[in-house]
Write a protein of this length. Structure first.
Length: 174
């Protein structure tokens, strides 16, 4: 298994639509996105009009999911909802192909995103990721990458796409 991250392009949009529709992804990313909605959401990011960096996860030549990373300061409302401090970084990830799940792909992806963040931000910058507390797989991936759970927040606090319920706030320095 060779995992790599590629910059997302408009050619990836059909895959993104399919990944977001898969039940194992939809459970955590509750988005009803067709091609136009994906283009509207991710297009500004790809064009550099929004600061989130969008990447596609490649597993031995097959695109299997997406990941993104950002400065929480660019999403102040979300940052404040989670009790995240100024200057912290965040990331999200989704393995869209079920056949790529439970094989260590997520763990490698998080490690590679951390490496990409280090190229732009100084070592020691806090990275905070708030998965749903019931998303055991995501929590396990973070823990394997030396993240520590620092809080649990109640209620629907994760942007417009997440299910209601407690959020586990994980943090580690770059």
């Amino acid at each position: 298994m060779t995992i790599s991250l590629q910059l997302m392009t408009v050619e990836d949009y059909p895959d993104v639509v399919r990944w977001l529709a898969r039940p194992h992804v939809r459970r955590w990313w509750q988005l009803d996105y067709d091609l136009a909605a994906v283009a509207a959401k991710y297009g500004p990011r790809l064009r550099g009009e929004e600061p989130t960096r969008m990447l596609v996860i490649d597993d031995d030549g097959t695109s299997v999911g997406l990941t993104q990373w950002y400065r929480w300061d660019d999403y102040a409302e979300d940052r404040d909802n989670y009790g995240i401090g100024a200057g912290e970084l965040g990331m999200d990830y989704a393995i869209g192909l079920l056949s790529a799940c439970e094989r260590g792909v997520g763990t490698q992806v998080v490690a590679q995103v951390l490496d990409a963040m280090r190229e732009v931000h100084p070592c020691g910058t806090p990275v905070t990721v708030p998965p749903q507390a019931t998303n055991a797989a995501s929590c396990r991936v973070l823990e394997k990458n030396a993240f520590v759970q620092v809080a649990t927040r109640q209620g629907r606090q994760r942007r417009e796409h997440a299910p209601e319920g407690p959020v586990a706030v994980y943090r580690r320095p770059l």
